[in-house]
Write a protein that binds this ligand. Sequence first.
Ligand code: ZN
Length: 134
Amino acid sequence: MKIERVDHIGVAVNSIDAALKFFRDTLGLKLEGSETVAEQKVTTAFLPVGDTEVELLQSTAPDGPIAGFIEKKGEGVQHIAFVVDNIEEALKEMEAKGIRLIDKVPRMGAGGKKIAFIHPKDTYGVLVELCQKI
Ligand code: ZN
């Protein structure tokens, strides 16, 4: 498994519009795009920073995973995503090392990437996303 870089940092927010006042208007980051992933009940907005990005996440439904996260922990950093060279191999390697996976097989995420989440119980509380551009 080869981790190439941090792809993005996911930040759970109640309102992307409200959060843009800080991330875009105050920090001066550029809003590159926005996408709703219906299956995950989330709308995402991407703001590049060098070769990584801030990913704002807003729930589209009260029972979505982002709504659940905010209910438990409040707004804030929700996950860190690493680019790997081969996501299927990385998942197999982690599973062989006893790391619990949320996604045993990759699924399609925002931005045309294959993604998979690793269980935060095995990653010191950090929800880790692996991703690979296809
Ligand atoms: Zn993500």
